[in-house]
Design a protein around this ligand. Structure first.
Ligand SMILES: [Zn+2]
Length: 194
């Protein structure tokens, strides 16, 4: 079973597009999905390789299943894939709308604040980093231990609404956001990026 990195190296060499099962690229992508914990047993007729909207270097794999296109995480087919830790994922989900609002407000003067590149750009937490901010918030609180799953990862349960609202207020007060291009973002370490 190949690693996430080995799968990525294969996928970046396949041209973007839609491939039926019989096509060599389609077969390669289906072989990768054979190691996916959920999708390995499902009948797929076509696969489609595309790019992410904010990060054109990210490869998105979709499969045609029961009449519709479904996004599949090819990373999960990697032998060394680990589910992202739940609490950081829920903390990020809770402030997703704030980040989106910031993106919208700042899209006109968007350029990497380190090198000036025009894109593709990421929203980055700069001093405090996301990690530093969430640690200081959690320092005096008991964090939830159970979460709900959604498309982007984890989110807080309705019962933890007050915790989530307090975190959103804290984030609104302390977050210092800026644009970074993919190169500066990677150089800085993806764990700190939004
Ligand atoms: Zn840059």
């Amino acid at each position: 079973m190949p690693t996430v990195q080995q799968i990525r190296a294969i996928i970046v060499q396949i041209p973007l597009g839609t491939y039926p099962n019989e096509h060599p690229h389609g077969r390669t992508l289906l072989d990768i999905i054979q190691d996916h914990p959920v999708w390995c047993t499902r009948k797929i007729t076509r696969v489609r390789l595309g790019v992410g909207t904010n990060n054109s270097r990210a490869r998105l794999l979709r499969v045609h299943h029961r009449g519709r296109w479904v996004l599949v995480s090819w990373r999960r087919a990697g032998s060394n894939f680990r589910e992202p830790p739940s609490l950081p994922s829920a903390l990020r989900s809770a402030v997703r709308l704030q980040i989106m609002a910031w993106r919208k407000r700042n899209r006109l003067n968007s350029a990497c604040c380190l090198c000036g590149a025009a894109g593709p750009l990421h929203v980055d937490h700069s001093q405090p980093t996301f990690l530093a901010m969430s640690s200081s918030f959690l320092h005096t609180r008991t964090a939830p231990e159970e979460f709900l799953s959604h498309r982007w990862g984890k989110k807080f349960k309705p019962i933890d609404r007050n915790f989530s609202i307090a975190w959103q207020a804290y984030h609104r007060r302390h977050a210092n956001l800026r644009w970074l291009c993919s190169t500066c973002n990677l150089r800085r370490g993806s764990s700190q990026a939004e």
